[in-house]
Design a protein around this ligand. Structure first.
Ligand SMILES: NC(=O)c1ccc[n+]([C@@H]2O[C@H](COP(=O)([O-])OP(=O)(O)OC[C@H]3O[C@@H](n4cnc5c(N)ncnc54)[C@H](O)[C@@H]3O)[C@@H](O)[C@H]2O)c1
Length: 256
């Protein structure tokens, strides 16, 4: 397949999150940083969380939001950060769980420590964040949770066993929360390959552009803003009757 060079269209902000207070994890890089910035441009108050606070401070302008350093896999740090975010924003209307780590081991070779770390951050971290935010989300109308799974959670590759299991778990976690916590809406995004530091650590730019991009019907990998727009849809009133879905945002990979 020929690699296409399609530019990502610009969309002007429409104030779709005016007055909403959203916690975004993984906001120090890649997709989480794109989501936090898009949400601020759409009128939200944002608490940006990451274990790498410097990554947040690299894009956040003074007074634009609050930056908190924390580890999503540590229950005490999660509870403390969510409490501080709720105090600073005077409540929480939404959560986006974008913090995550990858692994590239065969299941016959992955160490138990690496397996546990991937599950702890990607799956348990999403659960801990949701649980800590629940009391705040439960006392306001139209609250939302968006969890970042992956195309790997729908259709795993070899050498991604722990990651794929954690991301399939995120889909299942989200569906259960959507039932147990309704009317809080809980949805999952399953991105294909996105050009972020996570993916750049596994592929050269050339391989990303040609070999990886050619796996997708659209012939390219995504930009982080294209995933952020899906998170915006699922967080805004535009998706008011959507809950419990696993939305593939993958340039047409998972349907064939
Ligand atoms: N990039 C892709 O191709 C792709 C595809 C599908 C799904 N995803 C998922 O999207 C999410 C964002 O990925 P990305 O590509 O932007 O990655 P990234 O590596 O660019 O950013 C991930 C961020 O999460 C933070 N983080 C990691 N572990 C943490 C922890 N324990 N506590 C707090 N913060 C932590 C990192 O510091 C980093 O800022 C992840 O959940 C990832 O699995 C990414």
């Amino acid at each position: 397949m020929q690699t296409k060079t399609t530019s990502v269209p610009k969309i002007p902000p429409l104030n779709r999150l005016a007055g909403r207070r959203i916690v975004v994890t993984g906001a120090g890089s890649g997709i989480g940083a794109a989501i936090a910035q898009l949400f601020i441009s759409e009128g939200a108050k944002v608490a940006a969380l990451d274990r790498n606070e410097a990554g947040i401070l690299a894009w956040m302008k003074s007074g634009e939001g609050i930056a908190l350093s924390m580890d999503v896999s540590d229950e005490t740090q999660v509870n403390d950060a969510v409490h501080r975010a709720a105090q600073a924003m005077e409540g929480i209307d939404g959560l986006v769980n974008a913090a995550g780590i990858a692994n590239q081991d065969l299941l016959s070779e992955v160490s138990l420590a690496d397996w546990r770390r991937v599950i702890d951050v990607n799956l348990t971290g999403s659960f801990l964040m949701a649980r800590a935010c629940f009391p705040y989300l439960n006392e306001v109308p139209d609250s939302t949770i968006v969890n970042l799974s992956s195309g790997q959670g729908l259709q795993p590759f070899m050498r991604r066993g722990a990651y794929a299991a954690s991301k399939a778990g995120v889909i299942s976690l989200s569906k259960t929360l959507a039932m147990e916590w309704a009317p809080i809406r809980v949805n999952t995004i399953c991105p294909g390959a996105v050009d972020t530091p996570m993916v750049r650590s596994g592929y050269t730019e050339e391989v990303l552009r040609t070999q990886v991009g050619s796996r997708y019907a659209l012939g390219r990998v995504a930009e982080a803003i294209e995933i952020a727009r899906a998170a915006l849809y699922l967080t805004s009133a535009e998706s008011s009757f959507v809950t419990g879905i696993a939305m593939a945002v993958d340039g047409g990979r998972s349907y064939h």
